[in-house]
Write a protein that binds this ligand. Sequence first.
Ligand SMILES: Nc1ncnc2c1ncn2[C@@H]1O[C@H](COP(=O)(O)OP(=O)(O)O)[C@@H](O)[C@H]1O
Ligand SMILES: [Mg+2]
Length: 234
Amino acid sequence: MSSVTHELRTPLTSIRAFSELLRDDPKMHLADRERFLGLIVSEAERLTRLINQTLDLAKIESGRADWNGCELDLKEVIEQSVAATGQLFREKGALVELDLPDNLPRILADRDRLIQVMLNLLSNAVKFLAPGSGRVTVMLRMLADGLEVSVADNGPGIRPEDQQLIFEKFRQVGDTLTAKPSGTGLGLPISRRIVEHFGGRLWVESVPGDGATFRFTLPFAPVQEQALAQAAAA
Ligand SMILES: Nc1ncnc2c1ncn2[C@@H]1O[C@H](COP(=O)(O)OP(=O)(O)O)[C@@H](O)[C@H]1O
Ligand SMILES: [Mg+2]
């Protein structure tokens, strides 16, 4: 409770400070005015994200979240997520490479929740890319007992001592000047819980200076259901 309150106080403090500046200086230059108003809007947006994600995580942790588990083609989910973040990549002048084999076995998960995981990993990756030379590779591959998705970027990477911390609530590391204001530090904790709910794992591998690769696994859907689905499709 106290860490949530602390996190909410930061954007609220900025909103208040910028509003007071605007109120107290009616003759402020138009350019400054617009800059402050822009900051107020983006801090208010961050506040909304913080509240929504805090509630979402609390719901998941207390076991009250609704899960719509169904058999999914992971390739489709990935393609949909990549399409949804296309604009972010274009704005950064970044390339997205896909290596997504067809006809892999299905997995059992909640489509919207998996898209939430993918959107977080993709938007994290794009956030840290250098403008104009960024590249993100999304791969899907089959393991003995499930599928593995990886999202690899050529950004700054994550220091070994931070690689566990970033999965803790509200934890943001790295370039706090550029990346922190827009984030909440809740994306990865939520993503990890989603993947674990469906029996998988989510982790990061990174050598600082050489990018970061986030990977998650999901077990195959049970064989019986797989066969039933195929029979129904035939
Ligand atoms: N691809 C990445 N490259 C470098 N750092 C990353 C990457 N993805 C996540 N991080 C670090 O992990 C932190 C937590 O990520 P996340 O939980 O999604 O929160 P948010 O995106 O809201 O900051 C980020 O603030 C950043 O410090
Ligand atoms: Mg994030």
